[in-house]
Design a protein around this ligand. Structure first.
Ligand SMILES: Nc1ncnc2c1ncn2[C@@H]1O[C@H](COP(=O)(O)OP(=O)(O)O)[C@@H](O)[C@H]1O
Ligand SMILES: [Mg+2]
Length: 242
C-alpha cells in the first residue's frame, strides 16, 4: 500500500532527516515507528502524504507516485491523526467528522457546513463506532482529550483512506486513555484493511498494539522486525548514546 524507495530528505543547512530509507507497508498491517526525538519520524510521515518532498528516492501510495502534481489524489488516500487532534474547536463533534468528507462534497455546500443526508448518516455511524454517539452535538472543545482524539479518528474514517498516518496520536493523553485510543485506532484500521503507520515514543504501547516495529535513528532504519522479536538490546541500541 505504501512503498518508499531509497528516500532521503535533507533540510537546508541541516543533517539528513531521512537517509536512504526503503520500506513497504501492506494493507491491514499496523506498524509503529520508534526512535529518539529528531530521528526523522515526523519527516517520514510528512513525506508519505506529500507535505515534504524527498531530496532523493521515490514514494508510491496505493500505486500513485507521491509528487506535487498528485497531491489532491494522495490526500484522498491518506488520513492523518495528529498529537493535538487538529479539530475546529467551536464546532460540534458531528460537524468536525463531516469535514473529513470535504474532498467529496461540493465546495459551496461545505462552506455553509451543509452536508448531504447520507454523509451525515455515515458521520454518525463513525462517531458511534468510536463510542461517541451521545456526543455528536457537543462542541469538541468541551470534550476530554481522549474524546477529541476519537472525533479525529472518526473524521479520518469518514474520508475512507487506504492509509492512516498517526504522528504521536497519544502523546497528550494519560496512559489509560492512550490505550483506549490506540485500541480504537488499531481496530478501525485493521477492520477496514487500511495500512496504519503510527509514530510513538511509548515503547510499551508500540509492543502492545503494533505488529511490526521500525526503529529510526539519525534518519536511518536500524530496526525492522515483528514486535514479538524485539529484544531489549535492540531497543537500547535505538535509544542509546551517540
Ligand atoms: N522544516 C524543517 N526544517 C529544517 N529542519 C527540519 C525540519 N523538519 C525537521 N527538521 C529536522 O529534521 C530532523 C528530523 O526531524 P523530525 O522528523 O521532526 O524528527 P522526529 O519526529 O523523529 O522527532 C531533525 O534534526 C529536525 O531538526
Ligand atoms: Mg516528530
Amino acid at each position: 500500500m505504501i512503498e518508499l524507495r531509497s528516500v532521503s530528505k535533507e533540510f537546508p543547512g541541516g543533517r539528513k532527516a531521512l537517509d536512504d530509507v526503503s520500506l513497504t507497508f501492506a494493507a491491514g498491517t499496523v506498524t509503529a515507528i520508534l526512535g529518539p526525538s529528531g530521528a526523522g519520524k515526523s519527516t517520514l510521515l510528512r513525506c508519505i502524504n506529500g507535505l515534504e518532498t524527498p531530496t532523493a528516492g521515490g514514494i508510491t501510495v496505493n500505486g500513485i507516485e507521491v509528487s506535487p502534481r498528485k497531491l489532491r489524489e494522495i490526500r484522498r488516500e491518506v488520513g492523518m491523526v495528529f498529537q493535538h487532534f487538529n479539530l475546529v474547536p467551536r464546532l460540534n463533534a458531528l460537524t468536525n467528522v463531516l469535514t473529513g468528507s470535504l474532498s467529496r462534497v461540493p465546495m459551496l455546500l461545505s462552506l455553509f457546513y451543509a452536508f448531504p443526508r447520507d454523509e451525515i448518516r455515515r458521520a454518525e455511524h463513525h462517531l458511534a463506532s468510536v463510542g461517541l454517539a451521545e456526543h455528536a452535538w457537543q462542541r469538541v472543545d468541551r470534550l476530554s482529550g481522549g474524546q477529541q482524539q476519537r472525533v479525529a479518528i472518526a473524521r479520518c474514517l469518514l474520508q475512507q483512506p487506504k492509509v492512516i498516518l498517526a504522528d504521536e496520536p497519544v502523546a497528550s493523553l494519560d496512559p489509560e486513555t492512550s490505550r483506549e485510543v490506540m485500541q480504537i485506532l488499531v481496530r478501525a484500521a485493521t477492520e477496514n484493511q487500511m495500512a496504519l503507520v503510527v509514530n510513538l515514543h511509548q515503547v510499551d504501547i508500540a509492543l502492545e498494539f503494533c505488529d511490526r516495529i521500525v526503529g529510526l535513528r539519525h534518519g536511518q532504519v536500524v530496526i525492522d522486525d515483528l514486535a514479538e522479536n524485539l529484544t531489549s538490546e535492540k531497543l537500547q541500541s535505538l535509544y542509546g548514546q551517540s
